[in-house]
Design a binder for this molecule. Structure first.
Ligand SMILES: [Zn+2]
Ligand SMILES: [Zn+2]
Length: 352
């Protein structure tokens, strides 16, 4: 029987959700409230948690909107969020050392709005930690799964997309493969040397859809020490055997088991996509059900500690290793008035 070792820096019961939404400019707060039924994760009510705040960026009508719009979205979110934002390795360490409360890190879902790869640097300075280059449709940089509505392109990155990849690597951003078509995933993995994840997905081998992750891509992400966040969205999980919460749990567990079989015991994570208009049972992320999922998984795989790793430990370890230290000027990140000088972005990787 295998045991996953806990690291001292992971607080007991720490919950990480790689993909949650707080802003829905297209659907609006009314629609978001009426369609979205997942309550806050237990991370928000007790213990220590980390949420990946995914910012919708697909409502901007043209690329000319540029980085300015997303910067104002980031500022609005930071002004409203009562929780601390993780912007670098130092702020992550200090949040975990406190062992309480929920913090978030900023992710961009789709870079359609971005006028030029060089604009990414301003977003990193505003605190963005992870980027997902495509969302529902193809854009100037890469090709998408196209919402599952029209045949998917066999083309991957564009020329501008290759430049973007260099910039993501130079800035030390986490690269999220969610929503990419297969050709883009293949090309990204062939070219990109930085940290990769797929924040919210299921597996194509269990549910045939272009939105899901092929087994070979999941294995490669795990081989590189990356993360795969499993979504509880029914359309990406295997077909249900039964009804209700039990069927939801069964489909979610089967996806996690398959990912573990692909080498993911240290790379599976949770990416709920809550806040997006998805229907998931209200009790799915409630503490009793999380505990039940953890028990089932540990007994079916025989891996002690897998439950805790899935809901927090794996993602914490990845973030600690991969979120760069950009602590030269904390005042800037936290909005303090004293620091005029922008911080230097440090990364161990050279420009490609
Ligand atoms: Zn998404
Ligand atoms: Zn999303």
């Amino acid at each position: 029987m295998e045991t996953i070792a806990r690291e001292d820096l992971v607080p007991q019961g720490c919950c990480v959700d790689l993909h949650v939404h707080h802003e829905l400019p297209v659907f609006g707060p009314f629609l978001a409230r009426s369609l979205h039924r997942l309550p806050p994760a237990h991370a928000e009510t007790e213990g220590c948690g980390v949420l990946g705040y995914a910012l919708y960026t697909w409502s901007f009508p043209t690329r000319r909107a540029g980085a300015a719009e997303i910067l104002s979205m980031v500022r609005r979110l930071r002004a409203r969020a009562a929780r601390p934002l993780i912007t670098d390795g130092a702020s992550l360490r200090s949040h975990l050392a406190g062992g309480r409360g929920t913090a978030g890190f900023l992710c961009l879902e789709g870079l359609r709005f971005l006028d030029d790869p060089s604009s990414l640097e301003a977003l990193v300075r505003a605190g963005v930690v992870a980027v997902q280059p495509v969302h529902f449709w193809d854009n100037a940089y890469a090709h998408s799964y196209r919402f599952g509505l029209v045949p998917v392109s066999e083309v991957g990155l564009t020329g501008l997309g290759r430049e973007l990849l260099c910039e993501i690597e130079r800035l030390g951003l986490l690269l999220d493969l969610a929503h990419m078509n297969r050709a883009t995933m293949d090309e990204v993995l062939a070219r990109f040397r930085g940290p990769v994840l797929c924040s919210h997905t299921g597996l194509t081998s269990l549910r045939e859809t272009t939105r899901n992750l092929p087994d070979a891509i999941a294995s490669e992400i795990f081989r590189r020490g990356g993360l795969v966040g499993v979504t509880p969205w029914r359309r990406l999980l295997p077909r249900f055997r039964g009804t209700g919460l039990a069927a939801w749990n069964d489909a979610f567990v089967r996806t996690v088991e398959a990912l573990v079989a692909l080498g993911g015991e240290h790379g599976v994570a949770l990416g709920s996509d809550r806040g997006a208009p998805l229907l998931v049972p209200p009790s799915f992320l409630a503490p009793p059900n999380v505990a039940q999922l953890q028990r089932v998984l540990e007994s079916s795989t025989g891996i002690i500690g897998l439950g805790e790793a899935l809901f927090g430990g794996n993602a914490v370890r990845f973030l600690l290793q991969q979120v760069p230290v950009r602590s030269q000027c904390q005042e800037y990140y936290h909005g303090g008035p004293r620091c005029r000088k922008l911080p230097t972005i440090t990364t161990s990787r050279d420009r490609c």
